[in-house]
Design a protein around this ligand. Structure first.
Ligand SMILES: Cc1cc2nc3c(=O)[nH]c(=O)nc-3n(C[C@H](O)[C@H](O)[C@H](O)COP(=O)(O)O)c2cc1C
Length: 198
């Protein structure tokens, strides 16, 4: 039985110049550290070499020798080691950023049988369309998406000094993190007991 804290990787999904994403990701990381149930790491896709041109073979059947760029190695290692993910995503044209899709598509086994929670932000819908698309895509990769999410509509008025204005936001984050921690431990135990048949 592994009693260490599950490793949570928080993915900053936007790489846009002048982006708001790191503010949301930093707050999310603070909530996760306050929660205490995770070993927390933030991975910023802006720091990753993420070409859109993929190798001929699918990463689904590839081993460790899958030809990823050197500038992607730290991301791949973090995804490999993760027991849980929190994806921080904005909404672009009713979906999620292309950099996030590239980061997903360059990997496969790294997502399988692991839980993913979403923290989204944007205009009126608070990134909900982006999350709906991510749920579809990550299910294809055998990830387990957490039903509850944190969504911040109209983030430009709903955040101040690096935190949501809503005083209940920390409480909502704790509920989400409790669910994510439950899945992280359950699936880590299951992966250790038997290889996932996917
Ligand atoms: C190309 C583009 C498309 C966008 N489309 C939407 C949209 O469909 N719905 C929405 O609520 N906000 C939309 N927005 C607003 C973004 O959610 C907002 O600018 C947010 O700050 C983007 O996150 P970022 O600053 O981390 O890049 C769009 C922004 C951009 C740059």
């Amino acid at each position: 039985m592994d009693n260490t804290k599950p490793r949570l990787v928080i993915v900053v999904g936007s790489v846009r110049e002048g982006r708001f994403g790191p503010v949301v990701a930093s707050w999310t990381a603070r909530q996760a550290r306050l929660h205490g149930g995770f070993d927390v790491k933030v991975v910023d896709l802006a720091d990753v070499d993420l070409p859109l041109e993929l190798p001929a073979a699918s990463p689904k059947h590839a081993g460790d020798d899958y030809p990823r760029p050197a500038g992607m190695a730290a991301l791949t290692a973090a995804l490999d080691r993760a027991d849980a993910f929190a994806v921080v995503t904005p909404e672009y044209n009713h979906s999620y950023p292309a950099a996030l899709k590239a980061a997903i598509d360059w990997h496969f086994t790294q997502w399988a049988a692991k839980p993913v929670a979403f923290v989204s932000y944007g205009g009126a819908a608070g990134g909900r369309h982006a999350v709906l698309h991510l749920e579809n895509v990550l299910t294809e990769l055998h990830a387990v998406t957490v039903r509850d999410g944190l969504a911040f509509p109209n983030y430009f008025t709903a955040w101040a000094d690096g935190s949501p204005a809503d005083p209940q936001a920390g409480g909502y984050a704790k509920v989400l993190l409790d669910q994510l921690a439950w899945w992280a431990r359950a699936l880590r135990t299951a992966r250790a007991a038997a290889p996932y048949p996917g």
